[in-house]
Design a protein around this ligand. Structure first.
Ligand SMILES: *Cc1c(COP(=O)(O)O)cnc(C)c1O
Length: 460
């Protein structure tokens, strides 16, 4: 523990948190019944420490974001220097700042050539809000004002603002957000484990893609503005689509003139072993949204990249785009994101993910013999473990999410962070993880699975 952390009164922090902090994505009754939060005090590499002094292996990179690992002094230093030079200036009214501009150029340089223009936001949600604003306005400018509908997937996650929640396909969020926003549709997710039945993954991939065409025809091809998807659905449980899926979705979207948006908030910046998820999954989007990995979570920042074909028309047709956030392209966040991308380049971390991928896949697969593991899968450093009460039939425990939560709690007790998405356990460790740490992570996961099995054996 470093010097400035020694004098924290953890009991007081917990009490203040209970008394004053209204947490996001939390069942508050259960949270308070459980005695409040676990306080995370500091971190280094792939480890975080809690207020009780436990050293915990973070298999989830914070929230799919701390890709370069914790404790990067270079990132703290650029933030400090930038705050002294220029802590803030806006990017409205024909002004810019140095790091904002440099970051736009840097992001373009790691994307395919057709993406030359970058719009800045503060989060993934705002990036996805931005694309709805942009695309709807774009089609109006193009004389097709009826192209206003968006198609996404069931359990897709695109963020938690009103529009992002509608773009996404999380039923629980829709219930609370309200479904009065018109123009958002959701189709079957390409989730072979739960829905593939007797089909091969390849057959099932084509079937899931056909659902996109069916929806386009139902809404009316002339009315559909865009299709949005995460290359791999993260919050749904790391759903790695069959190889047939994305190329077929692309063929369908092109056939009807529907724009393709790749939500790269998780997959972007190397998570799948290539710079972008669309490169790993085999499609070419028109718009790319990003956040998390852009700054490795060291600063809140998001961005949207637009293909030149769209930008050319958009700029030429003119008129003000009535959209932008005070902190868009914030100089401190931009300086940190820029340095983060430089670290990824200098340390060849994308290549590192690709090289570690087979080792990670094999380590995960060593859990396949476990009585409650139905399947393991991974791409790059994004992995999933399916919890099952009947391995042969890909069966599920009663009350979806219950056993996943039990397992997640056992992970915590064993000093491992592994997230539960319903009954799918998911891993997304920092790119700097070593082979030894991958082994440790999977060994801790096995302990948690053993403890979970002991709890639910009677149900099998
Ligand atoms: C986290 C996430 C978002 C939302 O990003 P925020 O920064 O939380 O607003 C959007 N899309 C995907 C795929 C995400 O994982």
């Amino acid at each position: 523990m470093s010097a400035h952390q020694k004098n924290i009164n953890i009991a007081e922090v917990v009490q203040h948190d209970i008394d004053h902090h209204f947490h996001p994505f939390t069942d508050h009754k259960a949270f308070h019944a459980a005695g409040g939060p676990r306080v995370i005090t500091h971190a280094d590499g792939v480890y975080i420490w809690d207020g009780k002094g436990n050293k915990i292996l973070d298999g989830f990179s914070g929230l799919w974001c701390v890709n370069v690992g914790y404790g990067r002094k270079e990132l703290a230093e650029v933030a400090y220097r930038q705050m002294l030079d220029l802590p803030y200036y806006n990017t409205f009214f024909k002004t810019t700042t140095v790091p904002t501009t440099e970051l736009a150029a840097k992001i373009s340089s790691v994307l395919p050539k057709r993406f030359q223009h970058i719009f800045f936001t503060n989060s993934g949600s705002e990036s996805n809000d931005t694309i709805v604003r942009f695309v709807r306005h774009y089609w109006k400018l193009k004389g097709k004002p009826y192209r206003q509908h968006f198609i996404g997937r069931v359990r897709g996650y695109h963020g938690s603002t009103m529009v992002a929640a509608n773009l996404g396909g999380m039923a629980g969020m829709h219930e609370q957000v309200g479904t009065e926003f018109p123009g958002f549709h959701h189709v079957q997710q390409p989730y072979w484990y739960d829905f593939g039945g007797d089909k091969t993954p390849e057959e099932f991939g084509l079937e899931a893609a056909a659902a996109v065409e069916k929806k386009i025809l139902e809404v009316g091809p002339e009315n559909v503005a865009a299709f949005i998807g995460e290359p791999i659905q993260g919050a749904a449980g790391v759903l790695i689509p069959p190889t047939t899926y994305w190329p077929e979705v692309q063929r369908i979207c092109r056939k009807y003139g529907v724009l393709i948006i790749s939500d790269e908030v998780i997959c972007g910046f190397g998570r799948t072993g290539k710079w972008w998820g669309f490169q790993s999954l085999g499609f070419e989007p028109d718009i790319v949204t990003m956040a998390k990995g852009l700054s490795s979570g060291y600063q809140p920042i998001g961005a949207v990249a637009f293909a030149d074909t769209l930008i050319k028309d958009f700029f030429a047709l003119g008129g003000e785009f009535y959209h932008g956030m005070t902190y868009a392209g914030h100089p401190v966040a931009a300086a940190v994101a820029l340095k983060n991308i430089e670290i990824i380049e200098d340390e060849k971390l994308v290549q590192r993910v690709a090289e570690l991928a087979p080792y990670f896949a094999k380590a995960l697969a060593s859990l396949n013999d476990h009585p409650i593991v139905g399947e393991t899968r991974s791409l790059g450093l994004l992995g999933a473990i399916e919890l099952s009460n009947d391995k042969a039939k890909r069966g599920r425990f009663k009350e979806s999410g219950r056993v996943g939560t039990i397992c997640r709690d056992h992970c915590f007790k064993n000093n491992l962070i592994m997230r539960a998405c319903w009954d799918t356990m998911v891993l997304a460790p920092p790119f700097i993880i070593t082979k030894k740490e991958i082994d440790d992570m999977v060994n801790l996961a096995r302990l948690a699975l053993d403890a979970t099995y002991a709890d639910v054996k009677a149900e099998m």
